[in-house]
Design a protein around this ligand. Sequence first.
Ligand code: ADP
Ligand SMILES: N[C@@H](CCOP(=O)(O)O)C(=O)O
Length: 333
Amino acid sequence: MSEAHLNDPARHGAPVGTTVTVEVPASTGNVGPGFDSLGLALECRDTVRLTRLSSGLEFDLHGEAAGGGVPRTHEHLVLRAMQAAYDAAGAGSLPPLRLEAHNVIPHGRGMGSSASAVVAGVLAANAFLSAASRLTPDEVLQVCSRLEGHPDNVAPTLLGGLTVSYEEEGRFHSVPVSVHPDVVPVVAVPDFEVATAMARGLLPDTVAHRTAAVNAGRAALLVSALGGRPELLLPATFDLLHQPYRAQAMAPSAELMTRLRERGHAALISGAGPTVLTLVNGAEEAERAAAAIHEIAEDTASPAHSYRGQPVSWRVQILQVPREGAKVTVSTQ
Ligand SMILES: Nc1ncnc2c1ncn2[C@@H]1O[C@H](COP(=O)(O)OP(=O)(O)O)[C@@H](O)[C@H]1O
Ligand SMILES: N[C@@H](CCOP(=O)(O)O)C(=O)O
């Protein structure tokens, strides 16, 4: 590729030396009963920085993505997402790049790490593209949702807050919905992983009409509970559509969730698991829920205490729901 082509403004817009930084939040998909539809952003951000080079492909990975499981090739999920955006824009192949990532969102825990990587890649690509080739916000949602396979994580990652998403005739749509400021997310992240693809494979093809009716009612109630009636979060987070089928793959999480619900806390399996998310009503309940998680996990007689014969260690974090989704900044050398 010639130097002139690398700086082709019609394709890339941004010259060599341009750096795009994307700060991208975590998310919880489903939020209990809203399978593949409801999603809530979580204030826990990866920072992904892409710099246009004149040649080569460089990586500088820190945190979760620094381990051996993440490829240092064009197969890296952020780069695959960038390429998908370039394809959608008809912009050809990616320019030479340096990818620097600081990943704090845990992988394979149901906190939307893959969606965050996809959103980071698509938004970074869009910032590199010329104004004429750039994807619209709707096209960004389509590319991200298609790559992820479902829109419930990518929508809040893009928009922040709570989103209700649906698919119609092959296109994805997302509607932002307000979240009451008293709602606080408390996550209990275990030290074992469950791949989302595996957890999706545990779901049945069909469910009873009664099951669908229960979930429809609870998902509708949840939008109201999160919007202004947090006292209804416990009944509103009840799910029959996915959590019962996935419990076998994450017995400690299922047990922790059940024990927290018995104590009156609105606990659910975050995304496809195995993180347990508790949605609480105010800072005081957040402290009580965090204490309850530690107490249940330290009870050696509890199935929440061990996984495959080993003690489970739970990382408990009181988070916030960000109003703002992914943030993009562009700088030139
Ligand atoms: N920031 C990232 N950079 C590169 N790959 C990532 C990143 N985040 C997630 N992935 C890929 O996605 C996988 C996790 O995706 P998934 O099973 O859907 O779980 P999660 O609930 O964390 O999204 C990781 O094992 C890794 O292959
Ligand atoms: N609706 C999806 C959500 C998956 O979220 P993740 O964070 O576990 O990738 C599902 O339940 O499969």
